[in-house]
Each structure stands twice: as structure tokens, then as C-alpha cells.
Design a protein around this ligand. Structure first.
Ligand code: SAH
Ligand code: SF4
Length: 386
């Protein structure tokens, strides 16, 4: 079996090259060809000796993921569905803005945490992604976008680990993939522009602060343990007090002087004025005053199995006002890509639906001809959105 070079960070690639009897600096050249130029064939790598290219052809490959669907939203958001084998699929979403291009990527197929408001959680856990599968989402998206926009400049400036899965429960591969993103010979992203989002795996937050302290987002969603226990089952293991202490410890190593707290607004569950006041008290009790965090209120993206509803906008604004009056920096997340179901927590829903369609059609996911058209076709059959 050949090695997939997308599985290696630069240090790992250097070891691989040494084993082939090559100097370590060859690894840097190879790494740049793969990640900076998007090469997938060794013959493209014109400054590598022919003998090395021949050696690589028999020992290695650059193996991306098959794209089974691509959908482009009216607002420029692009969503890709990647086949990871065994009937599993994961998604990545590109969100263009004036001053940045953000890619949201997945860390696992499914998720074991099982949050009540999350369709990935409802789908259950299938498996961890490998380093190569995490990196392949960025590798594909970056070079696809460069070709589409006709540029050789970098298009993706920010990466958020907010797709499917709990990144801190796939820790080793996550850290290796982050190193590829940060490496100057890879994607050269700054630690401030790469964000890991976690439902609160406390020991792994500490580990990340030592191994690769990128920006951190914590999915809070509740002002007290009673509500959080019902939304994020992991809270029973790592309750709010411990989680906030872990945030304080992380701050000492974080690339920014704040941590983002995500709060999904659910009607009648966690969105009352009393909940907002309790949240202010909770955040004030943390030993850094209230300036250690930024609160991001996320409009809930509903899906039928959740039995939950999005808070009305007026309620979100009233909630936000209480936080802001208490001096907490608060933003309300814009929903992007709504028309293609690319907003938070909607990713797995489509995967499920497409799988169902394929079961009905009696075939596996082998769509490769024209993903956009194929996706449209599935959608117009009334099965994806209907
Ligand atoms: N497992 C990690 C990262 C992936 S989820 C985590 O939980 O943080 C990324 C973000 O999307 C989290 O803040 C999560 O709470 C939020 N989210 C999940 N389902 C959602 C939904 N249906 N509507 C709005 N936000 C959702
Ligand atoms: Fe997993 Fe995050 Fe979804 Fe919770 S919100 S089930 S941790 S992906």
C-alpha cells in the first residue's frame, strides 16, 4: 500500500523522505508542491529529480476525497459533500466575505456527543477522520477556488473546525492537520485565523493549549448546568464550572485575548430574559471579569427530529441587549447559505437524505460526473429538501 502524503505534516514528510534515502529538505519542496500549488501528480513537480519522482510513484500518492455533491448558494457560499467510504460522507462549507474567506471543515463522520439541537449529533457516530481526510477538505477547496477565481493568490484565509464532529475527540489527527494549516510551507494560516470549536472536552482543551494553541470557540448554549445537561450530554462529565476554569487556563496560551462562546438560541429552552441575566452572572463569576469572552448568538437551524424551534428575532435581540448592557461583547451570527442548507447543524441532515435517496435507488454513492447537476437532480426529485 502506498502512503497518502496528505496524511503527513512537514515533520512526518521529512521522516518519510529520509526513509526513501532522500535529504530532509526534499520534504519541504514536496510539501509546497502539494499544499501551495495543489499538485496531485508527481510528474508536475518539475524541480524534483526524475529518479525521486519515480520512487515516489511506487511508494506514495496524493489522495484527495471524492466530491459527491457541490452546491453554490446565491450568497456565494459553497458546500461540498465528500465521500469518505463505507457509506459515510462529511461536509465542508466555504463562506466568502469582503475581508476574508472562511472554510468550515469536519473532523469526524457523525459525532458521539449527541447534542439535542444538532443534526450531526442525531445521526450518531461513525468514525474519526484521518489527518489526510481533514486536510483534503482544505486542499481541495483552496485549489478549487483558485481555479474558479483564476488566481494564484490564497483564497481561504480562515479555517473553522465547525463542521461535523467534535474535533477534540479526534485529537491526534486534529493537531497534525492544524500543523499543516499553520505551516508556512503549507497554508501559512495564522493561529488567530484557525479556530477549533468544542462542546467542552476539558482535558483536551488543556492539551491543545500546549500542543497547538489556535483560536478557541466553546459551545456553551446554556447559563446553568440543568439546561446544559439537557442540551449537551457531555456537560454531565465536564460541567460548566470546570469548563469555564478550562477556558481561563486556555486564555494564557490563546493567540487572541478572548475565547468565543457559542450560544444557540432555542425558543423557550435557553432564550428567556432570566436566562440572559443568569448568563451574565455566570460569565462575571469567571476570574477574568467579562472581557475574556465574546458571545456569539447563533439562530437555531431547525430540523424535524429535534423538536426544537428557533427563537424569534425580537427575543434574540432582547437577549443580546442584556449581555451588551453588562459589557459583554455580543454578536448575532448571520445565517449564510440557508438556501443550500449549509448553515450550522444542517450538514448531516443532507447526508442522511442523500443516503436514503441512494438506498431507494439501489446504488452506492458513486456520483462523479457533474456533482452540481447531480445534487440539483436529487434536490428536484423532492427528496433532499422536501
Ligand atoms: N462539535 C463542535 C464543533 C462542531 S458544531 C462543537 O459542538 O462546538 C459547530 C457549532 O454549530 C457549535 O457551536 C454547535 O453548537 C452549532 N450547532 C450545531 N447544530 C446547530 C443547529 N442546528 N443550529 C445552530 N447551531 C448549531
Ligand atoms: Fe457533536 Fe458539536 Fe453536534 Fe454536539 S454540536 S453533536 S459536539 S457536532
Amino acid at each position: 500500500m502506498t502512503a497518502n502524503l496528505l496524511d503527513f505534516d512537514l515533520a512526518g514528510l521529512a521522516v518519510f523522505c529520509e526513509r526513501l534515502g532522500e535529504k530532509r529538505f526534499r520534504a519541504t519542496q514536496l510539501f509546497r508542491w502539494i499544499h501551495q500549488k495543489g499538485a496531485s501528480q508527481f510528474d508536475e513537480m518539475s524541480d524534483l529529480a526524475k529518479s525521486l519522482r519515480e520512487k515516489l510513484k511506487v511508494t506514495a500518492s496524493i489522495q484527495g476525497l471524492d466530491v459527491t455533491a457541490q452546491h453554490i448558494s446565491n450568497d456565494g457560499t459553497i458546500k461540498w459533500l465528500f465521500d469518505v467510504g463505507g457509506g459515510d460522507a462529511v461536509e465542508a462549507v466555504y463562506i466568502p466575505e469582503d475581508d476574508r474567506g472562511t472554510l468550515c471543515i469536519s473532523s469526524q463522520a457523525g459525532c458521539v456527543v449527541g447534542c439535542r439541537f444538532c443534526s450531526t449529533g442525531h445521526q450518531g457516530f461513525s468514525r474519526n477522520l484521518t489527518v489526510g481526510e481533514i486536510v483534503a477538505q482544505l486542499w481541495f477547496a483552496e485549489h478549487f477556488l483558485r481555479r474558479r477565481l483564476g488566481t494564484e493568490e490564497r483564497v481561504i484565509s480562515n479555517v473553522v473546525m465547525m463542521g461535523m464532529g467534535e474535533p477534540l475527540l479526534n485529537y491526534e489527527p486534529l493537531v497534525r492537520a492544524l500543523r499543516v494549516m499553520l505551516d508556512d510551507h503549507g497554508y501559512g494560516l495564522s493561529r488567530r485565523r484557525v479556530t477549533v470549536s468544542t462542546s467542552g472536552v476539558v482535558p483536551m482543551m488543556d492539551a491543545l493549549s500546549q500542543d497547538c494553541p489556535v483560536a478557541l470557540a466553546v459551545s456553551l448554549h446554556a447559563p446553568n448546568n440543568a439546561i446544559r445537561d439537557g442540551l449537551v450530554p457531555l456537560n454531565k462529565k465536564y460541567p460548566l464550572g470546570e469548563l469555564l476554569q478550562a477556558c481561563m487556563r486556555y486564555l494564557a496560551f490563546a493567540p487572541r485575548d478572548f475565547i468565543t462562546l457559542e450560544y444557540c438560541m432555542l425558543e423557550g429552552v435557553n432564550d428567556s430574559i432570566e436566562n440572559a441575566q443568569e448568563l451574565v452572572d455566570l460569565l462575571r463569576r469567571a476570574d477574568h471579569g467579562v472581557h475574556w469572552c465574546k458571545l456569539n448568538l447563533i439562530p437555531f437551524n431547525p430540523f424535524p427530529a429535534s423538536g426544537l424551534k428557533r427563537s424569534p428575532r425580537s427575543q434574540v435581540l432582547a437577549f443580546a441587549k442584556i449581555l451588551m448592557d453588562a459589557g459583554i461583547v455580543t454578536t448575532v451570527r448571520k445565517t449564510r447559505g440557508d438556501d443550500i442548507d449549509a448553515a450550522c447543524g444542517q450538514l448531516a441532515g443532507d447526508v442522511q437524505d442523500i443516503t436514503d435517496v441512494q438506498k431507494r435507488m439501489g446504488r452506492r454513492r458513486t456520483i462523479k460526473l457533474n456533482p452540481v447537476l447531480e445534487f440539483d437532480r436529487l434536490a428536484t426529485e423532492g427528496t433532499v429538501h422536501g
